[in-house]
Design a protein around this ligand. Structure first.
Ligand SMILES: [Zn+2]
Length: 145
């Protein structure tokens, strides 16, 4: 099995194991194909990640593991607070934060509904509640001509 530069796209598209193996050995000698393959691999990983969006817990575990690893590296380098450190803190508490926000929203909504209920209500008075019909209604003359 011999694979050349011109075969690269087709081999990546067709995903034939034997051809992929041949392409890999070709890429060892060919920088252009190596770069192409690396790019393609990144894209396929991204595509797989998108496909597995519904498997968010799995993805989240991966991200957390990665972040922990980053934080550990950061700590080895020094106690400097980094973005990774902040992000890890957020990752650990995001569920709590989300719950707090939800609770707050619920509280505000209920409070608003309560004020709506106890408020005097619509300003339209009950029918004929001591109100005399207007003796002069400019619209009457307009309507009756
Ligand atoms: Zn090549």
């Amino acid at each position: 099995m011999k694979v050349e530069c011109k075969d690269l796209e087709r081999v990546l598209r067709e995903q034939e194991p034997a051809e992929l193996a041949a392409l890999e050995s070709h890429a060892k000698e060919c920088a252009a194909c190596r770069a192409e393959m690396e790019e393609w691999n990144e894209l396929s990983v991204a595509a797989r990640t998108l496909q597995r969006r519904e498997e968010a817990p799995w993805l989240w575990t991966k991200i957390q593991a990665r972040l922990k690893e980053e934080a550990r590296k950061e700590q080895e380098r020094g106690p400097r607070r980094s973005f990774a450190w902040l992000w890890q803190g957020f990752a650990a508490h995001w569920q709590m934060a989300a719950a707090t926000v939800a609770l707050l929203a619920l509280t505000v909504t209920s409070a608003w509904m309560l004020t709506q209920r106890t408020a005097p209500g619509p300003v339209t008075p009950p029918a004929n509640a001591g109100l005399k019909p207007l003796s002069f209604n400019p619209f009457n003359s307009l309507l009756t001509g």
